[in-house]
Design a protein around this ligand. Structure first.
Ligand code: AMP
Ligand code: ZN
Length: 472
C-alpha cells in the first residue's frame, strides 16, 4: 500500500519512495542520558516506533537507528551553558560514564514497558568520536569552519546557501545578530562542531583531536552515527519538533557539503506532550516517567493508547483524567477480545474478510501515521457481527503488530485470570458436569450448568475441554 508522510523539508504530504526498493532506513534522535526520560520524551519514541511498525507491515525491510547522546549536549542548544551529562554526574555524585549507563538502562526499561521495538542499532555518541573528528576535518578542508580561540571549532552557516530551509528560518534570523555578543561567532546561528575542554576544570569526557583536547558538538554526533550506520544517504530522519530549527538544520548543513543534497529524503517532526499550564518540568515534579504511571496503577498500554488516539503533528495535553478515560477505553477493548477468545462458536478464519479488514486498518496508519483513525476502524471491527471470532482474533494479532498495543496479551491474561479465580465449588461443579456429559447424563449436566450460571459463572465448552469464566 502507498505510504504518505508529511515531509518537513518540503512542507507537503508526500508519497514515500525508498532509496532502495523494499528497504527503509531511518534515524531517530535519541535521548540525552543524563536523567530519566519523561512520558513527553516517550511520546516522541512511541511515534518513531509507529513509523517502524507501519513500514514493516507494508512489507519494508526496516533499519532503525536511534542514538544515545552521552556527550556534548549543552544546556543551551546555542552551544553554551553546562554539559548536561557533567551536570547529571554532579547531581548524582556518579561518574559521567555511570550516569550514562544508568539512564540508558532506565530508558530501555521504560521503552520496553511501552512495547517500543528496540531499534536495529542504538549507538552511543562516545563510541563514534573518531568518525565525528573525521567529519569535522572534512568540513575544515572545504572551508566551512573557523576557530574561536579558547572555545572551539565552529561551523560558519553563511557558507551554506541552504542553511535553515528545514526550520523555515529567514535570512535575517540565521545571519542576524552578528557580533551582537562577545561569543566570537561570525553569525548567530553558527554552532560548535568541536569544543575545547575548559582550562580551569577537568572534564570527565574528553578526547585528543587535531585541534586540541575537547569533545564533539552535539549536532555532529547524529550526522556521524547516522551516515555510519545507514549510509551516506538514507530515507528518513525524525525527532521532536524543536529539532527542525536548530539540530536538524545544523545536521543538514554538516552533511550536504560532504555528500550532496538532498542528504536525507524525508524529515518528520513530532509535536510535544504538554500540560495544561505548559511544559513538563522535572524541577516542579510534573515530569512523570512511565514507571511513575505504573506505580499509580496504570497499565503502560493505557498511556500508549492515549498517545495513539492523537496525531503526531498535534500537541497533546496530558492529564490524569484523560489517562483514566484512555485506561477505561483500553480495558473495554480487552474485555471484548477476551469474550471473543471465550467464544464457543469461533468459526474458521475467513481470509477474504481478513484481507478486507487488514487493508481498512492499515490504510489510515499508512496515511501519515493516522493511528487515531485506525483505532476507529478497530471499534467498527469489534461491532461487525458478520466477522466471526476466529477472523477477528487473527486481525487483532495484526493490530498488535501495527500499533503495539498488546491487546491480545492483555485479553489472554484476563481470560486466564477469570479462569483461575473461579472458586473451588464452581470448579468442582464444572468437573462433575464434564463427567456427566461423558456419561451422557444430560439431565445432570444441564442442572449443574444452571447452578453454575446462577452463581454468576459460565461454563463454555471448547475443543480441548471447557472454560469457566465470570459473567461480565
Ligand atoms: P532529550 O533527552 O532532552 O534530548 O529529549 C529526547 C527527545 O524527547 C527529543 O527528541 C525531544 O524532542 C523530545 N521531547 C522533549 N520534551 C518532549 C515533550 N514534552 N513531548 C514530546 N517529546 C519531547
Ligand atoms: Zn540528533
Amino acid at each position: 500500500m502507498t505510504i504518505r508522510i508529511y515531509n518537513t523539508l518540503t512542507r507537503k504530504l508526500e508519497e514515500f519512495k525508498p532509496l532502495t526498493a523494499g528497504k527503509m532506513g531511518f534515524y531517530t534522535c535519541g535521548p540525552t542520558v543524563y536523567w530519566n526520560a519523561h512520558i513527553g520524551n516517550m511520546r516522541t519514541f512511541v511515534n518513531s516506533d509507529i513509523i517502524r511498525r507501519v513500514f514493516t507491515e507494508n512489507g519494508y525491510d526496516v533499519t532503525h537507528v536511534m542514538n544515545f547522546t552521552d556527550v556534548g549536549h549543552l544546556t543551551s542548544d546555542a552551544d553554551d551553558g553546562d554539559d548536561k551529562m557533567e551536570k547529571g554526574a554532579a547531581r548524582e555524585n556518579l561518574s559521567v560514564w555511570d550516569v550514562a549507563q544508568k539512564y540508558i538502562n532506565e530508558f530501555i526499561a521504560d521503552a520496553d514497558l511501552l512495547n517500543i521495538i528496540r531499534p536495529t542499532h542504538t549507538p552511543r555518541a562516545t563510541n563514534y568520536i573518531k568518525e565525528q573528528i573525521e567529519l569535522v576535518q572534512k568540513l575544515e578542508e572545504l572551508g566551512y569552519t573557523y576557530e574561536i580561540p579558547g572555545d572551539g571549532i565552529y561551523y560558519d552557516v553563511s557558507k551554506f546557501a541552504n542553511y535553515g530551509v528545514l526550520g523555515g528560518q529567514s535570512l535575517s534570523e540565521k545571519r542576524g545578530g552578528i557580533r551582537i555578543d562577545d561569543s566570537g561567532k561570525r553569525n548567530s546561528a553558527d554552532f560548535a562542531v568541536w569544543k575545547f575542554s575548559p582550562t580551569d576544570v577537568k572534564r570527565q569526557m574528553e578526547w585528543n583531536s587535531p585541534w586540541g583536547v575537547g569533545f564533539p558538538g552535539w549536532h555532529i554526533e547524529c550526522s556521524a552515527m547516522s551516515m555510519n550506520l545507514l549510509g551516506e544517504h538514507f530515507d528518513l530522519h525524525v525527532g521532536g519538533q524543536e529539532h527542525a530549527k536548530v539540530h536538524h538544520s545544523n545536521e543538514i548543513a554538516q552533511a550536504e557539503p560532504l555528500v550532496g543534497a538532498p542528504w536525507v529524503s524525508y524529515w518528520m517532526h513530532f509535536e510535544w506532550l504538554m500540560l495544561k499550564d505548559g511544559k513538563m518540568s522535572k524541577s516542579v515534579g510534573t515530569a512523570y516517567t512511565v514507571r511513575d504511571l505504573v506505580e499509580r496503577g496504570y497499565d503502560p498500554m493505557a498511556y500508549r493508547y492515549l498517545l495513539l488516539q492523537s496525531h503526531y503533528r498535534q500537541p497533546l495535553e496530558f492529564s490524569f483524567e484523560s489517562l483514566d478515560a484512555s485506561a477505561t477505553g483500553y480495558k473495554n477493548i480487552v474485555r471484548k477480545i477476551a469474550d471473543l477468545m471465550n467464544s464457543d462458536d469461533m468459526g474458521e478464519l475467513d481470509s477474504g474478510m481478513y484481507n478486507i479488514w487488514h487493508d481498512k486498518l492499515l490504510a489510515p496508519a499508512s496515511d501519515n501515521m493516522k493511528t487515531a483513525e485506525t483505532l476507529v476502524v478497530v471499534q467498527e471491527l469489534l461491532k461487525d457481527s458478520t466477522v466471526n471470532p476466529a477472523t477477528k482474533l487473527a486481525l487483532f494479532e495484526f493490530i498488535d503488530r501495527l500499533l503495539g498495543l498488546q491487546f491480545m496479551d492483555r485479553a489472554q491474561k484476563l481470560v486466564e485470570l477469570e479462569k483461575e479465580s473461579a472458586p473451588a465449588d464452581i470448579v468442582a461443579m464444572a468437573q462433575q458436569r464434564a463427567e456427566a456429559k461423558t456419561n451422557k447424563d444430560w439431565a445432570t449436566a444441564d442442572a449443574l450448568r444452571a447452578q453454575i450460571d446462577a452463581a454468576g459463572w459460565t461454563v463454555l465448552d471448547s475443543k480441548d475441554g471447557y472454560k469457566i469464566i465470570k459473567k461480565s
